[in-house]
Design a protein. Structure first.
Length: 226
């Protein structure tokens, strides 16, 4: 993802002055000369990286998922310091449109208990978190709008009040997410399939452009005005 983000950034007239990974660590002082940082790493390093950006006083765009249990504290720190954080479980424009449609469909299906919803998601085998952050966001959108469901669960379930989220890990799959409503008579589905990582990178670069000179905590809803 870092390489994809850099490629899109260069095409849009930006430059990348610092590339950090597990072989090349960085300090807040290393960041102070830059306008914005884009963070795509792993759950166990994301929060530390975000705090380094806060200490350096530069906005940070974070696409890493699996760390959201720390999100309330990170938001509080961002506001306290007067920094800017843009986070998203998925930066694809198409996926964020799917988030919006998913919530509206759940509202419509709330009255029809004969339909059982589920989420299927497939990613490459190197993805650390399962379910994906995107699948969890989709699940939360359904739970907020269907009264008969009270929680999501990873994998199949016989509990009628739980939403199953089924994860698959296959070589070289950028990402597939499908919301399915099935009854005894028919099946309705919404599906997004990423062809490559360019869509995620493009959205992240748009977020980096948008967040410059802003303060606060933002998501793709703010960028897309959804």
């Amino acid at each position: 993802m870092g390489q994809a983000v850099e490629e899109i950034a260069l095409l849009r007239g930006h430059s990348a002055g610092l590339r950090a990974d597990k072989y090349n660590s960085f300090t807040p002082d290393d960041l102070r000369a830059f306008d914005v940082a884009v963070e795509f790493t792993e759950p166990d390093s994301a929060v530390e990286n975000i705090h380094k950006c806060f200490e350096a006083g530069i906005p940070v765009v974070c696409g890493t998922t699996g760390w959201y249990q720390h999100l309330p504290a990170v938001k509080e720190e961002c506001i306290r310091r007067g920094n800017a954080l843009f986070y998203a479980s998925n930066f694809s424009l198409g996926v964020n449109m799917l988030f919006h449609i998913n919530e509206r469909l759940a509202q419509l299906m709330n009255s029809y208990s004969d339909y059982s919803p589920r989420i299927d998601e497939t990613h490459h085998i190197r993805k650390k978190d399962a379910p994906s952050g995107t699948a969890i966001t989709l699940a939360e959108g359904i739970l907020e709008n269907i009264d008969r469901l009270h929680a999501w669960t990873s994998g199949e379930t016989d509990d009628s009040d739980k939403l199953p989220v089924i994860s698959h890990r296959i070589n070289d799959v950028p990402g597939v997410h499908e919301i399915v409503y099935e009854s005894d008579t028919d099946m309705l589905s919404l599906r997004h399939e990423a062809k490559n990582r360019k869509g995620f990178a493009y959205g992240a670069v748009l977020a980096a452009e948008w967040i410059t000179n802003k303060k606060g905590v933002f998501t793709m809803r703010n960028l897309l005005q959804l």
